[in-house]
Design a protein around this ligand. Structure first.
Ligand code: DAH
Length: 339
């Protein structure tokens, strides 16, 4: 019996070695270990053996069975690994996904002009301040020498919150607010949003300005002209010419309005400058001594100049825009062209 067992082990090992697939392997399993299997029938026949012999043969039979099972399992694992490898090689899953395109944004034309003006002024030593958009009647008008019932208020049709509180109509209130709390000398600019009850192709109820104020000893119109010339040339280009016209603002005396030669046509006249060759850019002047005094600055010792420029006008000129509204509609197709 022992010999038979050894023989079974040998043939089983050989056959397991030679099977070509899972099915053949299974056939081998049935052949040796199945109910009618060769090994099974030997094990069954053991009950007829003498006790002593049964022990040794039993032990050997267990070893043989373990060995065969082990080999079958190893072979099965090998087939499974091969099968997996084959499926992995044949099934290609495309796990890539269409990427969402990254659109490059651009700064709004208004932001670009503000940034540019701020850069120009900071390079000339100005400090940037910001002020409240909801303003008192006092700072928006009174402290700028525009008393109640003054006709200059008419030019700035306003949005009132209550009798004495309104949306600021210009950035000039920051002149008074600054002079009240600072000792000269100082050089400040105030970029920001302002509000007026205006609404047509060149006016919007909300728009932007940048105020400038310099207070020191011996400040004169010459200083103002130099600063504005530099500012306008850096904003529009070295070839720009400026033109200073006498004007009136209650808070500056004397006052001027500043035009620049049209950057679009160079001064010969075009659609942008409506044929005049010049574009009105800003108001400015020497700070009215009355305004200095109202804010507690000694007008005998100090003088100052101030200017206030709109932002939308330069943004329109620089981008050949004729309708101011297009700056506020935020139509993405329009803004895309502004890059
Ligand atoms: N605040 C004026 C306006 O909105 C513009 C202005 C004119 C500002 C003269 C100034 C200035 O600082 O000196 O129309």
């Amino acid at each position: 019996m022992e010999v038979k067992l050894r023989e079974i082990q040998k043939t089983a090992t050989e056959e397991i070695l030679n099977v070509k697939d899972k099915k053949e392997l299974n056939d081998v399993r049935v052949k040796f270990m199945g109910k009618q299997g060769l090994l099974t029938s030997i094990l069954r026949g053991m009950k007829d053996l003498a006790e002593e012999e049964r022990k040794t043969v039993g032990a050997l039979a267990n070893v043989v069975r373990g060995e065969i099972e082990n080999n079958i399992n190893l072979k099965m694992k090998m087939f499974e690994a091969e099968e997996l490898e084959r499926t992995l090689n044949s099934e290609k899953i495309d796990i890539s996904e269409n990427a969402v395109g990254i659109e490059k944004g651009a700064l709004h034309p208004v932001s670009r002009v503000i940034n540019k003006l701020v850069d120009i002024c900071v390079a000339m030593g100005y400090e940037i301040l910001q002020g409240p958009e909801v303003e008192t009647d006092y700072y928006n008008f009174e402290a700028l020498n525009i008393p109640k019932n003054h006709p200059a208020r008419d030019m700035q049709d306003s949005f009132y919150i209550s009798d004495n509180i309104l949306m600021r109509t210009h950035t000039s209130p920051m002149q008074a607010r600054t002079m009240e709390v600072r000792k000269p000398p100082f050089k400040i600019i105030v970029p920001g949003r302002v509000y007026r009850n205006d609404n047509d192709s060149t006016h919007s109820p909300v728009f932007h300005q940048m105020e400038g104020l310099v207070v020191d000893e011996n400040i004169s119109m010459a200083d103002l002209k130099i600063q504005l010339n530099i500012m306008m040339q850096r904003l529009f280009g070295e070839n720009i010419k400026t033109r200073f016209r006498p004007a009136f603002f209650p808070f500056t005396e004397p006052s001027i309005e500043v035009d620049v030669s049209c950057p679009n046509c160079g001064g010969t006249g075009c659609r942008i400058c409506k044929g005049t060759g010049y574009l009105e850019m800003l108001g400015a002047g020497i700070v009215n001594p009355k305004v200095l005094e109202m804010s507690g600055i000694d007008s005998k010792k100090y003088s100052g100049f101030a200017f206030g420029t709109g932002i939308e006008r330069p943004a329109m000129v620089k981008n050949s825009i004729t309708d101011m509204k297009s700056l506020f509609k935020n139509d993405i197709r329009f803004l895309k062209q502004m890059k």
